[in-house]
Design a binder for this molecule. Sequence first.
Ligand code: UT7
Length: 331
Amino acid sequence: MKIQAAITGVYGYVPEFVLSNKVLETMVDTNSEWIETRTGVKERRILKGKGLGNSDMAVEAIKGLLKKKNISPEEIDMIIVGTVTPDHIFPSTSNIICDKIGAKNAWGYDVSAACSGFLFSLITGTQFIETGKYKKVIVVGSDKMSAIVDYNDRSTCVIFGDGAGAVLLEPNTEGFGIQDSILRVDGAGKKFLYQQGGGSVQPPTMRSVANLDHFIHQDGQTVFKFAVKGMADVSEEIMKRNNLKSEDVAWLVPHQANKRIIDATAKRMGVGSEKVMLNIQRYGNTTSGTIPLCLWDYEKQLKKGDNIILSAFGGGFTWGAIYVKWAYDTK
Ligand code: UT7
């Protein structure tokens, strides 16, 4: 009897404040039409409020998940957080979340894999469930991108937003859950999408702040090319090695960085747009948040047994695809 890790619940949180393309037009030299046609983003959410950070969004997502599943915080074994915008360098956001929600029996840590953060975290959580020792693992994808976005850089600031999604992983012995994964990294891609300052190579100084080293730096066109190829390659590969034809795939859940990257991935997989989850128009690119937020938005449409492909590409470079057999119908 093989133990597999199944997603048994999902919940999300996005901040209330809506930053529309129209408002962005007043902040930086851009226009709504360019943003919408070149990226697919219409608006994004921004976490406002002094002292609020990533963990505050993740906590809301997890609290919603626990309530929905009727689980107490003490029952959680582990919380794994995919993020590149942790509350602090240390302690980990997971530590802070465990404290804030009262998960007294849990431990956990953060996984840094940029836009592939949720995929890398999901596969990490899967390993713990598959040992048989862990019964309830929460995997969170959460990012407060507004903390590291330079709102004077028009080609980067228009795509990002803030948000968090969380899933519960539990053991399944009926063949449902995470079936397969392909995860990749290529550190040579670092120079095309990175945050220079804040770590041990370039600790914060007056100069690093003045140099804008604490913001995202992105060579959009280069990242775009790598993302189109990377996401499509692994999505196609995971379908092939699991003998999945286009018609066998119920849903593609792509990372939401640019609608054109999503369309290219779906095309390579032979999957029609009616099977592609999208929230980029409302939330933009929430980095680790995009995929669990999509699952949250579309949960009611998912059926037990659906074959789902999760796919992402992000800074670092990091990328990957996961094949999930959905484990439940939503009442
Ligand atoms: O999620 C993690 C991974 N990240 C990604 O996957 C992002 C991948 N890259 C992209 O999505 C796109 O490259 C961007 C959305 C970032 C940029 O779109 P693009 O179509 O690649 O634009 P570009 O940088 O090639 O610029 C084309 C033109 C330029 O003008 P000229 O030189 O042709 O006159 C830019 O100055 O568009 C201009 N431009 C803008 N115009 C209005 C760039 N940004 C804007 C803007 N508003 N916001």
